[in-house]
Ligand binder design. Structure first.
Ligand SMILES: C[S@@+](CC[C@H](N)C(=O)[O-])C[C@H]1O[C@@H](n2cnc3c(N)ncnc32)[C@H](O)[C@@H]1O
Length: 203
């Protein structure tokens, strides 16, 4: 197969996508957003129909949220009040430092070029800005099955164990911590180094 037909999956994700996020992950997200000032800009990358964007707005109604995704059929379901931008994660149409924070929910492993996507995240998040990632560990049985199914469907299935993703995020300039529960995990932190190598304070 040539990958999942994202443009036809908008209805499914808009209806059931919330179920992918356990309550502990969304509670963690709310805490992660807490330091952001009112009006701060948050990017939901690979945000699909805006499931995570809605969770961001539920936790912090005063934040400005943008969903960027490569599938117009997913973006068509993004709720009113959230900006929807058709874009590939590997080449984002935003100026450097445009966002105070970025969230990426169950999407990183779908990106064709993780390295390029992480470089773009580090570019569009401002120095000292925050990153929150929700991913799946391919080592436990549930993760192995998920990776097998996605590969069979022609997806990149670029699942990484938490330590490996943390190392990639660190190399991209983020200072991250990991919280894992079963095959689900979060990697979150602060952009501590821009491409120039300059350090900056966190929010
Ligand atoms: C499993 S869905 C997750 C959507 C959303 N984050 C959620 O939690 O419901 C993965 C999303 O990644 C998007 N995607 C895949 N490859 C992409 C890329 N290279 N750039 C941007 N989005 C991409 C798909 O269109 C799809 O909407």
């Amino acid at each position: 197969m040539a990958g999942l037909p994202w443009n036809r999956l908008g209805g499914l994700f808009a209806r059931y996508g919330r179920r992918v996020y356990p309550d502990w992950a969304l509670a963690h997200l709310a805490g992660f957003l807490a330091p952001l000032p009112e009006g701060a800009r948050v990017l939901d990358l690979g945000g699909g129909t805006g499931v995570l964007a809605e969770a961001v707005r539920a936790a912090r109604p005063g934040l400005e949220v943008t969903v960027a995704d490569a599938a117009a059929g997913m973006l068509a379901r993004v709720p009113p009040g959230v900006e929807a931008v058709l874009a590939r994660a590997e080449a984002l149409p935003f100026p450097g430092g445009a966002f105070d924070a970025a969230v990426v929910g169950e999407a990183l492993h779908h990106f064709a070029d993780l390295e390029a996507a992480l470089a773009e995240l580090a570019r569009v998040v401002r120095a000292g800005g925050r990153l929150w990632v929700y991913e799946f560990d391919p080592r436990p049985l549930a993760g192995r099955l998920l990776a097998f199914a996605e590969r069979a469907l022609g997806e990149p299935a670029g699942f990484l164990p938490p330590g490996a993703l943390a190392a990639r995020l660190t190399a991209a300039g983020f200072r991250v911590e990991v919280e894992a529960r079963g095959f689900r995990y979060l990697a979150y932190g602060v952009l501590s180094r821009k491409a120039s190598g300059r350090s900056s304070p966190s929010v």
